[in-house]
Design a protein around this ligand. Structure first.
Ligand SMILES: Nc1nc2c(ncn2[C@@H]2O[C@H](COP(=O)(O)OP(=O)(O)O)[C@@H](O)[C@H]2O)c(=O)[nH]1
Ligand SMILES: [Mg+2]
Length: 194
């Protein structure tokens, strides 16, 4: 496995123009849900920044990733649902994320929608999920921070997702290293076109 940081994108004009045969594997979810931690767990390196003030991470971060003969970009999107942040900042964030999906839909191999196992799907998560369905991009739901959720909370979260027609693909804990192999399989399968 090989991974390297490519660039941080703050404006749509700066999205990498890919003439490489690389699909994008996208990490999306609330601020603090564990996107960067999961990406790091997956590649076995602390390459994405973890735990910065929620809402501070405003860029789309690209990593080039070679894995078992597969070539992809890992894309760490800025999180949503932060309480702080002025309106202008939130507008910029919306423009960046919406623009990303509009411009890149055809390059996306898989979107990983991260949902906190303890918190369950928020209104923002639901909006994102229906939007991804509308855009017709392939996505899977990944539960994060399972080490913090009780069995009861986990069951509640799964029930709420089921009501949305969603069955989470994998439960993960970056803290305990849980779910890595399963997630790699899910990604590989999507990239191989199945
Ligand atoms: N207990 C626990 N904490 C986690 C886990 N994953 C991430 N965190 C913590 O949650 C916070 C936010 O993580 P981060 O990866 O930066 O989330 P992001 O904002 O979605 O990129 C950090 O303090 C992490 O250490 C996990 O699996 N279990
Ligand atoms: Mg992050």
């Amino acid at each position: 496995m090989k991974v390297e940081f490519v660039k941080s994108v703050y404006r749509l004009e700066d999205l990498p123009k890919t003439n490489e045969p690389r699909r994008e594997v996208v990490f999306v979810g609330r601020s603090n849900v564990g996107k960067s931690s999961l990406l790091n767990m997956l590649v076995g390196r602390n390459i994405a920044r973890v735990g910065r003030t929620p809402g501070r991470t405003r860029s789309i971060n690209y990593f080039r990733w070679d894995f078992e003969g597969l070539k992809a970009f890992l894309v760490d999107l800025p999180g949503y649902g932060f309480a702080k942040g002025d309106r202008k900042e939130i507008e910029n964030w919306k423009k960046l994320i919406e623009g990303y999906f509009r411009l890149k839909a055809g390059d996306i191999g898989l979107v990983l929608v991260l949902i906190d196992a303890k918190v369950g799907p928020t209104e923002d998560d639901k909006a994102l999920l229906s939007w991804l369905k509308y855009l017709n991009v392939p996505f899977e739901v990944v539960l994060t921070k399972t080490d913090k959720a009780t069995q009861k909370e986990l069951a509640q979260t799964k029930k709420k997702l089921k009501a949305l027609g969603i069955n989470p693909a994998v439960r993960t804990s970056a803290k305990e290293g849980q779910g890595k192999e399963k997630l790699l399989k899910v990604i590989a399968q999507a990239l191989r076109g199945g």
